[in-house]
Design a protein around this ligand. Structure first.
Ligand SMILES: [Zn+2]
Length: 291
């Protein structure tokens, strides 16, 4: 990366790395860690979207701290993303998935000793832009929905890369979902038993796609649906991804449709809830400026 780009990224990174919450050691705190950016046409992200309008993407991870515990939700674009992409992304798909590499989660943690050290990683799903950082953390367990592990074993490029999720050393763990309703999601798991962090099974985008609900100490509540939606407007307008994107990216578009409906209803009942799709740069910036 040229020096000037690195400086620009640092400029973006420093404010984005500030903790969202201050408080005592048992409070839930979040950091949105940006690891890269990209652009596409809005029409590619939402049904009826504009072909002219640019949609700005974030590639990132969320660092969550609960008391003395800390974990990552997704791993962002890792240190080896260029090598992974060059080796595994098929030539015909590469132009669709171009990215600007930022600073990896590993390097952000190395550069900032005030950030808590994560002791495990949860994946919203196993696509390459979410699992790229796994090889940077070979000692950390990787937690997924059970269905996602089967998907990983039977999938491949352009969605899933062996260089990320095919490492023999990875210790896979499964989120122990229970048949407990959570705001319209049928399977959920209350991670700490205090309803501050709750996993929900979503499926659809991949068979084991999961969402993460977080109630922060200051009363703000967030829901991270991974890539079940790409564009926040899909939730407010109750719209699917564009047809081509559904065909290319979603394993089960009908299930994705149901999940959009659940989020749409939830947001109508609870307008203060902040839903944060994994790639929507506007929402990432809004979450920052709200604090
Ligand atoms: Zn993604």
């Amino acid at each position: 990366m040229p020096v000037y780009q690195f400086i620009i990224f640092l400029f973006i990174l420093i404010p984005l790395s500030l903790p969202l919450y201050a408080g005592d050691g048992s409070a839930v705190r979040l950091w949105l860690l940006e690891t890269g950016r990209g652009t596409t046409r809005e029409a590619f992200t939402i049904e009826g979207g504009s072909l002219i309008q640019t949609y700005h993407l974030i590639y990132g991870a969320v660092l969550v701290q609960h008391g003395r515990d800390a974990f990552l939700f997704d791993s962002g674009l890792g240190r080896q993303i260029d090598e992974q992409f060059d080796a595994e992304m098929p030539w015909w798909a590469a132009p669709l998935f171009r990215y600007e590499k930022g600073v990896s989660v590993f390097d952000q943690l190395k550069a900032d000793s005030t950030l808590p050290r994560p002791n495990r990683i949860y994946l919203s799903h196993s696509h390459w832009d979410h699992a790229s950082g796994l090889p940077d953390f070979p000692d950390l367990e990787v937690w997924v929905a059970r269905e996602e592990r089967n998907f990983i074993l039977h999938s491949g490029p352009p969605r899933v890369f062996k260089s990320q999720t095919g490492l023999a050393s990875t210790r896979w763990r499964f989120i122990p979902f229970e048949q407990k309703d959570f705001h319209g999601f049928h399977s959920s798991y209350d991670l700490y038993g205090d309803s501050s962090v709750v996993w929900v099974w979503m499926g659809g985008h991949t068979p084991g796609s999961v969402g993460m609900y977080v109630r922060a100490e200051n009363g703000r509540r967030y829901f991270f649906p991974g890539d079940v939606v790409w564009n926040y407007d899909q939730i407010t307008q109750n719209h699917e991804k564009a047809w081509l994107s559904r065909m290319l990216a979603d394993e089960d578009p009908e299930q994705v449709r149901r999940m959009i409906d659940v989020m749409h209803q939830w947001l109508q009942q609870d307008p203060a809830l902040q839903i944060v799709p994994a790639h929507d740069q506007r929402i990432w910036q809004k979450v920052k400026s709200d604090e």
